[in-house]
Ligand binder design. Sequence first.
Ligand SMILES: *[C@@H]1O[C@H](CO)[C@@H](O)[C@H](O)[C@H]1NC(C)=O
Ligand SMILES: *[C@@H]1O[C@H](CO)[C@@H](O)[C@H](O)[C@H]1NC(C)=O
Ligand SMILES: *[C@@H]1O[C@H](CO)[C@@H](O)[C@H](O)[C@H]1NC(C)=O
Ligand SMILES: *[C@@H]1O[C@H](CO)[C@@H](O)[C@H](O)[C@H]1NC(C)=O
Length: 621
Amino acid sequence: MKTSSLLSSLVFATAVSAAVTPVMVPPVTPRSIEALKRSTVSEIWDAIESAASCAACEAVLTLLQVVAHLGNDDFVDVITEICILAGIEDTDVCEGSIALEGPIIAHDLRSMSIGSHTSEVFCAYVFGLCSLPAVRSYSVPFPSAKPATSRPASSGKTPIQVVHFSDIHVDRFYETGASYNCTKNICCRPYTTADAPGNNDYPAGAYGNHACDSPVTLEESLYSAAKTIAPDAAFTIFTGDVVEGAIWLVNETEVTTDLQDAYAMMASYGLPTVYGVVGNHDTAPVNSWPPADIDTTISSQWAYDTLSSAWAQWIGSSDAATADTNPGAYSAVTGNLRIISINTNMYYEENFWLYAATMETDPSGQLAWLVDELQAAETAGQRVWLLGHMPMGSSNTLYDGSNYFQQIVDRYEATIAALFFGHTHKDEFEVAYSDYTARSAANAIAMSYIAPALTPTSGMPAFRVYSVDPFTYGVLDVVTYAADMSSPTYDTNGPVWTKYYSAKEAYGPLVGVDPSDTAAELTPAFWHNLTEVLLTNQTAFDEYYARKSRGYDVSSCTGDCVTSEVCLLQSAEAQYNCWTPSVGIHFSKRDEGSDGHKHDECEPSLTKRLFHHIRASAEKK
Ligand SMILES: *[C@@H]1O[C@H](CO)[C@@H](O)[C@H](O)[C@H]1NC(C)=O
Ligand SMILES: *[C@@H]1O[C@H](CO)[C@@H](O)[C@H](O)[C@H]1NC(C)=O
Ligand SMILES: *[C@@H]1O[C@H](CO)[C@@H](O)[C@H](O)[C@H]1NC(C)=O
Ligand SMILES: *[C@@H]1O[C@H](CO)[C@@H](O)[C@H](O)[C@H]1NC(C)=O
């Protein structure tokens, strides 16, 4: 790190003035700010490059904090310039994304105490430096003690069907014939004249491309297929992310229209009652979900307003009103089932509003509200389905929120029939345990179903139909339908949705459950037993692994890769998922690198990717 710049003097002066007061800081003039910004870019770059430890990361934060104190505009200018220099995205992407995200990160930095729990968590996620600090111990208060009851046995009554789809990411600006080989993370748009239909050698088809988010034609095809394949479905669950991934362009006007259009279209196709969820993409700036206690003018209230209006047709105006203030969370009763939809952005590491000086235990009071809803269900003898966007055991979930959430799941395990999520775009699941030091069938207490995405960016478009016990609401089977985009007739005739696999048929025989026993529930123990088989039967594991992306671009996974994958499946609580922060492999622009890898679609923060990229490039030198 250079020591002679104006920035260093300012950092020094700030540090000294914090320690011993008073101290004379040189007056800051517009001229000196420009000089400061110029030297700052290279100084921050050098500091990030040489940061190889948690302490060094905190030194970088000290530099960034000084820039944040200059104001949002200066902070955005500096980070944008670093982004452009790094060449990780086109200039317009750097400018657009950092302008949206920068003010939120600057807000964090201004209140952050370096060396605190908050700065460690921030360094762990945003730089891949610092280990994640241990969970700050907190016992969620419960109105009553855990009862001795356990999950009810299957009723054997004729199952009902429920449709589940997720992450539709509809791009209303998709153009047939626009290039699918562009320099952005999402293509099939005429970003430049050369990308426009007729001017390129890579014309996108009418029904989607793996380099692009979903065209409206694909969205329509999904709703139509769901209606045809499950005509008598009792209801529909949609676990969030309506909006497309060109995040540097996405604004409030677009998100509002996207949300209204998508839910109106679900209704116009006659899908039975749709229970929606707030996704991280369903606002602008992306991931910006300030909890109620944060004082900011950057609000997402308009997104809650839009969602609750769209949902009111299915959940009624009173439950929709809850969603409007709650934030985006509601509970709705159908038959003897209480559906509770929560906003998982309150625990999402890329929701930068969460990095308050002292990170909140219960942002927006959502956990306390959830306890009340579960208690009401338990008291009324109802069963519960818990819906959210981000799976609560994922590497995107903050440890604290994940732990507090699991305390709640553990307390109400006899009432919660299952949990349903999306976000990862992969066909996955997570088993929750009462004791993570002894994961076993006997300790498995809850099951999180994670639905594959409609958007083709990481696999074939897919959706699911659950077979469900009408009395216990236990899941009896999961049948996944997919449209094979590699079919030679896909571009001409459109998606053909076929049964991809049934979980009971594929996995039942591996764990001693007869697939013809339609009344047998896929219990947490069933899925735990499957994870044990996946550890020892490589053929079964390979089949599972290919299903994650519905057969698209399947890589090989053996040895340690199998162990970590199974660890993820055996973790509904983030601190046990075997993921540790490290400098991620984040390629510049799209598909750089011959193996066609690109950055993780569930982590849209460009600032985070930028910092990881600079660190990763330094490590390669
Ligand atoms: C994209 O275009 C470049 C040349 O401009 C070419 O080398 C590359 O193979 C193309 N990628 C795909 C996926 O077709
Ligand atoms: C919002 O985005 C849309 C679509 O990109 C664009 O047409 C519109 O001008 C933008 N509105 C504002 C206020 O920036
Ligand atoms: C899971 O495995 C255990 C131990 O092998 C067995 O007792 C139990 O019946 C299995 N449960 C299911 C649902 O397959
Ligand atoms: C391993 O899995 C494969 C694929 O599901 C299955 O056909 C085979 O019977 C399994 N082997 C054993 C020993 O269970």
